[in-house]
Design a protein around this ligand. Structure first.
Ligand SMILES: [Zn+2]
Length: 430
């Protein structure tokens, strides 16, 4: 078995820098090493010490580049890859104008295969080693995504998007076909290789109570699966939800009442939450997913990151491609910083990096397995060049410490900052 030793600056975490002092949560080594074997990280520590202890390991010296866990995108829509940066609409019009016509094409397996390949290659080019994706209502869109991920040995989460109302005919299933198709796909893919299945109602306005009931029953039969959906993204959406579910106490109740609130639940956006919703999410150990470029691009609102962290709610970070305006988790961290500033809080680079790796892994209930630069985790690793453009280099060149050197890359970096990516212990080459 070949051992690899990656040398450079290393950044990992031993705690949560959102709920405690960030200084207590970080593990930084300016001359660190990461020992990799059999797809996993075996050890991290001082580079020279590891080199001495494992002389047989093949060493790759990244110099001053920063070795971190690969980025984990906790919410995106791979079928929307081709419509990213579509102009001028807010949520409901955006779905009708851009999303639904594009998603209608995914009954064609060849088309789905092509977009899945593109989405995963774009993710890897941006240092993202795990995608959590909505597919379309077509089972073949799910097969296409999991097959493309398996070909790259990537850990991914995905599920068939279910909609049986308020969508075009070509994108509607029924309560029964949503249950049957999701069950068949779940049995086919969940736990196969690095695949995780997520039961996926798009959001309660596009599912009838019958469909939500059927999916709640499926989750009760397979509680180890994840369940992903959208929650409280825009105010007009919330008003629409209220007209469709007049008896619901709040938006979360449109899931809770049908068995779709649980520990393994992932609720995208969660911007305009009421106190009861926050308390219930916390009580259930469910996760919310922050999608900052999407929230500004679609005009949704300002996510209360620190408030929800203080309520002990697990928070992941995500691009929400193509409602989000970037494939890059660096740009996504920058947008999270900007939203924090608009709410009066400057998030520290350690907090942003934690969200993009450990935070998202925690939301996916995969803590310690992915998004973690430490022994036992999958060797899904991203290496960041902290001087990838002349604009960044002239700023990071005068940095006082690693955070000062890293922050310009978070704010101004893109795929040019990705020096290298390792997936399950193998160096990825495009
Ligand atoms: Zn979304």
């Amino acid at each position: 078995m070949t051992q690899h030793l990656l040398l450079g600056q290393t950044l990992g975490f031993s705690g949560n820098p959102l709920t405690g002092a960030w200084q207590d949560a970080v593990q930084f080594n300016s001359a660190g090493g990461v020992l990799v074997a059999d797809g996993k990280i075996v050890a991290t520590g001082d580079g020279a010490t590891l080199r001495q202890a494992y002389p047989q390991a093949l060493a790759t010296n990244y110099g001053n580049a920063l070795i971190t866990a690969g980025f984990v995108d906790a919410h995106m829509h791979y079928p929307q890859t081709g419509i990213i940066a579509s102009w001028g609409k807010q949520l409901i019009d955006w779905l009708n104008t851009y999303t639904f016509p594009e998603e209608s094409q995914f009954g064609d397996k060849t088309y789905a295969d092509d977009v899945a390949d593109r989405a995963l290659d774009l993710a890897l080019a941006h240092g993202t080693t795990t995608l959590t994706s909505f597919c379309t209502i077509h089972p073949q869109s799910v097969d296409a995504f999991f097959e493309a991920a398996a070909a790259r040995n990537m850990a991914v989460v995905a599920g068939k998007t279910c909609m049986d109302r308020n969508a075009p005919d070509s994108l509607r299933d029924t309560a029964k076909t949503a249950y049957d198709d999701s069950k068949a796909l779940l049995e086919k893919w969940h736990g196969k290789g690095r695949a995780t299945y997520a039961i996926t109602p798009r959001f309660s306005p596009t599912s009838t109570p019958d469909q939500l009931t059927a999916l709640g029953a499926l989750w009760a039969e397979h509680p180890h699966c994840l369940m992903q959906t959208h929650l409280s993204e825009q105010l007009p959406e919330i008003a629409w939800m209220r007209s469709l579910f007049p008896n619901a106490r709040d938006y979360l109740d449109t899931y809770e009442a049908f068995g779709l609130l649980g520990t393994n639940g992932l609720y995208g956006h969660a911007i305009h939450l009421e106190d009861r919703e926050i308390a219930r999410l916390s009580e259930m150990g469910a996760a919310v997913v922050h999608c900052p470029t999407s929230n500004t691009f679609i005009g949704s609102g300002l996510f209360d990151l620190l408030g929800l962290a203080k309520a002990s709610i697990s928070i992941g970070l995500a691009t929400d491609t193509g409602g989000g305006s970037s494939f890059s988790m660096l740009r996504t961290m920058a947008a999270a910083y900007e939203i924090g500033q608009l709410r009066g809080t400057a998030l520290h680079p350690a907090q942003l990096m934690w969200l993009a790796t450990e935070g998202s892994a925690d939301a996916l209930k995969m803590s310690g397995k992915i998004g973690h630069l430490g022994a036992g985790a999958a060797a899904d690793i991203t290496v960041l060049d902290l001087a990838s453009t002349s604009a960044i280099a002239q700023r990071s060149g005068r940095a006082k410490d690693v955070w000062d050197a890293l922050f310009p890359t978070i704010m101004m970096g893109d795929d040019r900052a990705i020096k290298d990516v390792w997936i399950a212990g193998k160096r990825w080459a495009a």
